[in-house]
Design a protein around this ligand. Sequence first.
Ligand SMILES: C[S@@+](CC[C@H](N)C(=O)[O-])C[C@H]1O[C@@H](n2cnc3c(N)ncnc32)[C@H](O)[C@@H]1O
Length: 260
Amino acid sequence: MSRRPLGEITRGTTNPNRLRRVDNWIAWRCASLLRDAADPLVVDLGYGASAVTSVELRGRLARVRPDVRVTGVEIDPERVAAARPYADPPALDFVRGGFELAGLRPVLVRAMNVLRQYEEAAAGEAWHTVLAALAAGGVLVEGTCDELGRLGCWVLLDASGPLSLTLAARLSTLDTPATLAERLPKALIHHNVPGEPVHELIQALDAGWRDAAPLAAFGPRQRWIAAVGRLREQGVPVLDNTRRWRLGEVTVAYPGRPGR
Ligand SMILES: C[S@@+](CC[C@H](N)C(=O)[O-])C[C@H]1O[C@@H](n2cnc3c(N)ncnc32)[C@H](O)[C@@H]1O
């Protein structure tokens, strides 16, 4: 096997707290996976120009499993050197690597804002490479968000493929759910066209938001809850409940794949 890390160096843009929404979702959705893991190793793949989101991920997941270990894996050696002063092994470490995960066998990989800069076919291959490197029963959380983390979309995958899609927004600044389409992961963004399941999903959520406009008087949270509730009434396989909707989230079965 080649020892060259798999992938390309891309833009390193990141920000403190940018990934708060996805981290909190991981801490909720993957809690039992982390608690039950023989080796609670998590990889933050492509952490970017600063170590900050890896440091934050370690802190958030340590509330679920205090001995969780997070390793930031980054393909740019200069970014690895810049992150090393923040290492605190075994809790937090930084290594150079690519989609092969530098030979690590984590139970969970978070890859945010990494694949959007690749071609769709390369992003699909990256999913396979990362999934093959996971520990048995492990998962990948892959997605995209805006620079401040107010709009985000991510996919949960296990060895069988993509399981779910989560759409998340800061409701106080949300204009309309259709804006989330700009943040769809690479695998879905080019499929946001009529006739495709992800397009129907975004359109249905947007229509529900419009219909719930009178509830705006009670705040955007009530409006979002009504819009998501309507999705469920229409038969969309919504996988979560009001407790998550209140946070401005909704998780559905991966578009085009039946709910599991
Ligand atoms: C836009 S930054 C994302 C930073 C952080 N994850 C965030 O969401 O704020 C993307 C980073 O992914 C890195 N990257 C791209 N392909 C990679 C690969 N195959 N393996 C590891 N890192 C990669 C880039 O070098 C870059 O630093």
